[in-house]
Design a protein around this ligand. Structure first.
Ligand code: G3I
Length: 373
């Protein structure tokens, strides 16, 4: 392993490792037998040794392994909670750090669900990825309606955005290791997305967002994040050029997040490692932030094998990139997934099935993490 990659990760992991040892045991006790170790490795007569979890293996590779967390499931489903604690060293709020949740009425903040997740993470020795400060989706109605009816003009909107970013980043100061500052700001052809942000504020809103976030928590690493930017294409190149330009201007853009929502009906993006490498050479960290691999259901062994191979390929590309310090799946069980609600006829996109059984994709991640390097 490249030494600067090791150095980068060592700092974060040193903090984690003591807590990991303590909580791994605690978790197993709190939920005995709920989440089995899968194919247990038997060492000697009658003494099955639990297989190492993803986070145990990732720890040895100096990479964080994360999941998006559905906080309703976390509160209500013990098996979900146990698996979240056991398998992952990083968590991302699937929804509860988004604007519509944290500021449902203008000036009234509600951090309760997000705080709960941060507490869970701390109790289980996990890091937290922040998602997301600026997006065109899941905005509160008071904001979108105010812009639409003209009661919020451009000057006011810029102030609202500054206050939102400042309040949220300050609230979680010191608790978030990476923030998705801007999410999905480019179209597929590499032009800036025609969102209310671009329409009202012009392209400078992106640099502003990074500057405001950095001022509020200089310790958090600030990311751009998008889908369909796995390979080298017009969209990922637009991010690359933007990062180059902003960094030359001293704007604190520090990372590129590749969501990696894949679908087995398409080819695997074989140039992912090459794409990550060019951001790496620019001095940015990289991360796989929302990995899942969907398929038309029901699954069959061939589809599950292809899914496993895609997950493995995503992880391998991250592990091959020195600044790729976290690999996050967008949910880990088919019991809770955004996919069936969005893509008709598709689903089964996660690494555990709806009964929390390990799918081939789970084993593929384990194998990849366990490889000698
Ligand atoms: O909170 C309401 C609840 O009160 C209501 O009863 C229920 C009825 O439908 O809806 C709930 O809100 C849903 C929310 O998830 C929380 O469950 C929204 O309808 C639903 O649209 C929303 O979907 C989320 C989606 O972002 C919104 O665009 C998904 O869970 C979430 O996985 C998804 O995540 C995005 C990333 O943030 C960015 N990248 C793509 C990724 C997948 O779309």
């Amino acid at each position: 392993m490249n030494s600067s990659r090791t150095g980068l990760r060592r700092a974060a992991l040193a903090v984690l490792s003591a807590a990991l040892v303590a909580t791994a045991a605690g978790t197993a006790q709190a939920h005995p037998g709920k989440v089995g170790p899968g194919k247990g490795h038997h060492h000697g007569k009658g003494h099955p040794k639990p297989a190492a979890s993803l986070r145990d293996l990732a720890d040895r590779r100096h990479v964080l392994i994360g999941t998006a967390v559905d906080t309703t499931a976390l509160a209500e489903d013990g098996a979900y909670r146990a698996a979240t604690a056991r398998e992952f060293s990083s968590v991302t709020a699937e929804n509860v750090m988004k604007w519509e949740v944290v500021e449902p009425e203008r000036g009234r903040y509600d951090w309760s669900a997000a705080d709960e997740l941060v507490r869970f993470a701390r109790a289980h020795g996990q890091q937290v990825r922040g998602h997301t400060l600026l997006w065109h989706n899941q905005l509160p109605a008071w904001l979108t309606e105010g812009v639409a009816d003209g009661s919020i003009d451009a000057k006011e909107l810029r102030k609202i955005l500054r206050e939102h970013i400042t309040a949220e980043v300050k609230h979680f100061k010191g608790k978030i290791y990476q923030w998705d500052v801007v999410n999905e700001v480019f179209e597929e052809d590499g032009s800036l997305r025609d969102s209310i942000w671009l329409q009202q504020l012009g392209p400078s809103y992106i640099a502003d967002a990074f500057r405001w976030a950095h001022r509020a928590d200089p310790g958090a690493k600030l990311f751009m994040n998008d889908y369909n930017v796995e390979g080298v294409n017009a969209k990922s190149t637009a991010y690359y050029e933007l990062a180059k330009k902003l960094r030359a201007q001293g704007v604190p853009v520090q990372g590129m997040g590749v969501q990696a929502h894949l679908d087995i009906q398409y080819g695997f993006p074989t140039d992912l490692a090459a794409n990550l490498a060019r951001f790496d050479r620019l001095g940015l960290r990289t991360a796989i932030t929302e990995a899942d691999v969907r398929m038309f259901t029901p699954s069959d062994p061939a589809k599950l094998a292809r899914q496993a191979s895609d997950y493995r390929g995503l992880l391998a590309a991250c592990l091959a990139t020195k600044g790729c310090t976290s690999f996050t799946v967008w949910g880990f069980t088919d019991k809770y997934s955004w996919v069936p609600g969005t893509f008709e006829g598709e689903g089964e996109a996660n690494i555990l099935d709806a009964d929390f059984r390990h799918k081939p994709a789970y084993e593929a991640l384990r194998e990849e993490l366990a490889k000698r390097h």
